[in-house]
Design a protein around this ligand. Structure first.
Ligand code: DC
Length: 221
């Protein structure tokens, strides 16, 4: 059976995951958040003190990543432990950004990502989905927003929480991750030639979900 594959790429904080999740729910598709896989490897690297490229490569054989979908919601398993709730801290974000630049780490996850896409109707989000993982996706979307807008959204989300970083710190963090993701040698973040650009800088959440859902429905017609 031919499955429907939608690729959504874009920088950190552009809302790819929450928007993909909402659109997938509306369409009855599975949402695959590939960033969570890199985050799980980042968590492993922090826990085992092996964040340097050559150290993480040595450990790869032991790092077993699996995705489970419970009621359509993704859980990420690291060596049979559900780590979904431990991968969103700033430390894990930075470790994920670092390990994701290592070609062997990317290769380690590629077959699993392709397999999930071949077996399910999916919206898969990440950085290299349209360019590397699913070059023949039915539709590719590049979802972006300015770094300032992404930092300000994140700041609004976090500001009530204790120990919230300043807007400037959040902006610096986003710019550093953009720089890592766009300038690495293997599978850098870039818009695929045949991707539709969606700039959400001046759009609300629901507006973006509606726009993307409409683009997908048009593709399926
Ligand atoms: O989307 P995210 O912030 O959860 O991703 C975490 C890190 O993983 C981020 O630094 C980019 C990297 N990543 C990647 O290199 N390729 C993907 N397909 C998804 C994420």
């Amino acid at each position: 059976m031919k499955t429907v594959n939608i690729a959504i790429d874009g920088p950190s904080g552009a809302g790819k995951s929450s928007i993909s999740k909402a659109a997938a729910k509306e369409l009855g598709f599975i949402h695959v958040d590939t960033g969570a896989m890199y985050r799980a490897i980042g968590l492993y690297a922090l826990r085992n003190d092996c964040t340097e490229p050559e150290q993480i490569v040595q450990q790869l054989e032991k790092i077993h990543i699996e995705l489970k979908f419970i009621g359509g919601v993704q859980r990420v398993m690291l060596c049979d432990e559900d780590v979904t709730d431990y991968i969103r801290s700033p430390e894990v974000s930075m470790a994920a950004s670092k390990v994701s630049a290592v070609p062997e780490v990317r290769k380690h996850l590629l077959d699993l990502q392709k397999k999930i896409a071949s077996e399910n109707n999916i919206i898969m989000d990440g950085r290299d989905i349209g360019t590397v993982v699913l070059p023949h996706a039915d539709l590719k979307i590049f979802l972006t927003a300015s770094a300032e807008e992404r930092a300000s959204r994140r700041y609004l989300e976090l500001r009530e929480k204790p120990g919230c970083p300043s807007y400037e710190e959040i902006l610096r963090d986003i710019q550093q991750r953009d720089d890592n993701d766009m300038n690495r040698e293997t599978a850098p973040l870039r818009q695929a030639e045949d991707a539709v650009l969606v700039d959400s800088s001046n759009m609300g959440f629901h507006e973006v979900v509606e726009h993307i859902t409409a683009l997908i429905k048009e593709t399926l017609d």
